[in-house]
Design a protein around this ligand. Structure first.
Ligand code: CTP
Length: 220
């Protein structure tokens, strides 16, 4: 049976007027590399992408989205027919409570306050509808205490695997071409890849997930 894989990538944006938003510097490179690697081993790939300027990896079906709710809508539509969901997207965690339909003008000497609320946790919501045989993989972007926070997310979001990477250090994470990651599984396995190019890391991650889907216990 052909494995159908759903990958999310890039940032999401939350607007507070027609020309201004809150977001994060995710480039989408890791997610696009994962999509390309999954396609390379013959998986059918749907790629849900936030606003990024990257070409679609060959053979992947791309769905462009902007906000977290757009991403949730597309993921919840495609999830029931997929075997593996890999959420590399850096979903923006906050959105402005109020959207101003007109561009906000500056007033001389004034200041501006925007109140934020949390956005939906897509992975946590989706994991509630997981069926037997489906695999959920999250990514954890951490600036510190990487292992503890990643393991906590694995449990809280009810995932099969979490890929932890340290952001905020040079040569790794958001905008870099390189990455170093540690994967933790629900069953207590722990593996590290890198430092290496995101393309190589992506291939190692996908090959590990392929083994895990086949039921073997990957080890170093
Ligand atoms: N995620 C999600 N929906 C959100 C936020 C995150 O689905 N609103 C997913 C990400 O795609 C990633 C995982 O959850 O696979 C962990 O994301 P991360 O940003 O590391 O953590 P958060 O859950 O946002 O927690 P925090 O910001 O407190 O570290």
């Amino acid at each position: 049976m052909k494995i159908r894989c759903l990958v999310t990538a890039g940032p999401t944006r939350e607007f507070f007027d027609p020309v201004r938003y809150i977001s994060n510097p995710s480039s989408g490179k890791m997610g696009f590399a994962i999509a390309a690697a999954a396609r390379k081993i013959g998986w059918q790939v749907d790629l849900v992408a936030g606003p990024v300027s990257l070409p679609t990896p060959e053979g992947c079906l791309r769905h462009d989205v902007v906000t977290g709710e757009d991403m949730y809508g597309k993921v919840s539509e495609l999830f029931p027919s997929c075997t593996v969901l890999i959420m590399t997207a850096a979903v923006c965690d906050f959105r402005p409570k109020v959207f101003f339909p007109k561009k906000q003008k500056k007033s001389a000497g004034g200041s501006m306050t925007v109140e934020f609320e949390y956005t939906r946790d897509i992975l946590k919501t989706i994991s509630g509808s997981k069926q037997a045989g489906q695999m959920l993989v999250g990514f954890a972007a951490e600036t510190d205490d990487v292992e503890n926070y990643a393991k906590r997310k694995l449990l809280e979001k009810d995932l099969d695997w979490i890929v932890a990477n340290q952001v905020g250090v040079s040569g790794s994470g958001f905008e870099s071409d390189m990455n170093t990651v540690t994967l933790f599984s629900r069953e207590g396995q722990m593996l590290s890849f890198g430092p290496d190019f995101k393309k190589a890391i992506a291939e190692q991650i996908v090959s590990l997930l392929n083994l895990s889907l086949a039921g073997s216990k990957p080890s170093l």
